[in-house]
Design a protein around this ligand. Structure first.
Ligand code: FAS
Ligand code: PHB
Length: 391
């Protein structure tokens, strides 16, 4: 039995857990992080790609400014296209801030390098993590690894273990309320070593369904097409994907499309999920452990980072000033951000996905025309996408 003592025990080594661990470390607060998978597995996951300026500032606070400045792409706008007609959301003119394209894969890799380089206590392949006594002032975790079982005695537990983790489900059912809405569709995404079709992202609503043209660099493209959530990857060989993508994006973009073998291929669900509250005594939830948004609004990773930043500040206030106001306000603040992101991501999904009925088609067309005619509508879209309109 390996017994560890720390101030904050963190469950989950994705963006939320890693960023929290790094910000606490820089503030002089000790943590132990338990991650179910190997480091290589976590770093191999291809997920988010677009960062709000607030997230970039948090990453800089965590010590990642050089990596972002050297490798990120800064975008002043993006295109939304409806049946081939495009509207460019001019983020720079409408909000004054760009969005930054820097993959979640890179962020987790950078944070693991920083944390492990600083001697962080990170337990990989931690199995059977269980939470105990988090309603007391002496919470603890038990776990098992290949070398045996162990216990982490701590003062706080941060549940950063994503949507299928153990933290949220350890809370008594009568102490938590879950809100959920899913669409019968998913995003079939591929990563390819090909140049992007444009310098900026293209969200395209065609009669055949949604498509997104994104990127990770000028030589690495990330594409998505809407598909039934029941589809299997083996139904989508590369040729079928490229052909479907070509039919769903504007002709000027299709003409520039460079295809190549997929490096990664996966299907992600279109789902909204919020658990309230996000604090239970000495257990605090952050990131996907508490909320999920459809990727259409590019909010998931940004929400996780915002939770980690706010939770780190609240814990540092507790330890430095014995002031618990940050902890007391954490859940309300994080939920306000989460519901704002759910609102926008749901709206963006309803606007850009083929929902299969004429009524929705007509509403989408009217919404798209409003974007083109109304400065106020375009401004709200831009500020929501950049995160400056969200609480
Ligand atoms: P994560 O899920 O990233 O990390 C949780 C960690 O906890 C994982 O490493 C997991 O192994 C670990 N864990 C789970 N259970 C555990 C246990 N019992 N014990 C120990 N560890 C445990 N967002 C976007 O903005 N844009 C996108 O395009 C996008 N695409 C996505 C595609 C997919 C397939 C998925 C699942 C999500 C996508 N997201 C996207 C959202 C995603 O980026 C999340 O918002 C982000 O990963 C949230 O980070 P975390 O909260 O740290 O959760
Ligand atoms: C991505 O590049 O993975 C990406 C970009 C924008 C989104 C979702 C995903 O809205």
């Amino acid at each position: 039995m390996t017994n560890l003592n720390t101030q904050v025990a963190i469950i989950g080594g994705g963006p939320a857990g890693l960023l929290l661990s790094q910000l606490l470390h820089l503030g002089g607060v000790d943590s132990v992080l338990l991650e179910r998978r190997t480091r290589a597995y976590v770093e191999s996951r291809i997920r988010a790609g677009v960062l709000e300026s607030g997230t970039v500032e948090l990453l800089a606070r965590a010590g990642l400014s050089t990596q972002v400045e050297q490798h990120a792409l800064f975008h002043d706008g993006f295109n939304i296209c409806f049946e081939g007609n495009c509207f460019r959301a001019d983020l720079k003119a409408l909000t004054g801030t760009p969005v930054v394209v820097y993959g979640q894969t890179e962020i987790t890799r950078d944070l693991y390098q920083l944390r492990l380089g600083a001697g962080a206590r990170i337990l990989f392949e931690a199995e059977d993590v269980a939470l105990h006594d988090f309603n007391s002032d002496r919470p603890r975790l038990t776990y098992r690894t290949g070398t045996g079982s162990g216990e982490v005695r701590c003062e706080f537990i941060a549940g950063c273990d994503g949507s299928h983790g153990v933290s949220r489900t350890s809370v008594p059912a009568d102490a938590i309320t879950v809100y959920e809405q899913s669409l019968p569709y998913g995003w079939l995404g591929i990563l390819s070593g090909t140049p992007p079709v444009d310098d900026e992202l293209i969200y395209s609503r065609s009669s055949r369904g949604f498509a997104l043209c994104s990127m990770r660099s000028r030589a690495l493209s990330r594409y998505y097409v809407q598909c039934p959530i029941s589809d299997q990857l083996d139904e989508w060989p590369d040729d079928r994907f490229w052909d479907e993508l070509r039919h769903r994006i504007p002709e000027w973009a299709a003409a520039r499309l460079v295809t190549g073998p997929s490096i990664e291929k996966s299907i992600a669900p279109l789902r909204s999920f919020v658990a309230e509250p996000m604090r239970f005594g000495r257990l605090l939830l952050a990131g996907d452990a508490a909320h999920i948004v459809p990727p259409t609004g590019a909010k998931g990773l940004n929400l996780a980072a915002a939770d980690a930043g706010e939770l780190a500040s609240a814990l540092l206030l507790h330890y430095r000033e014995r002031d618990d106001s940050g902890l007391e306000n954490y859940s309300a603040n994080a939920l306000r951000r989460a519901w704002n992101a759910v609102r926008f991501s749901w709206w963006m999904t309803m606007l850009t996905h083929r929902l299969g009925d004429e009524f929705s088609d007509r509403v989408q067309r009217a919404e798209f025309e409003l974007l083109r005619r109304s400065h106020a509508a375009a401004e709200l879209l831009a500020k929501s996408y950049c995160g400056t309109a969200l609480g």
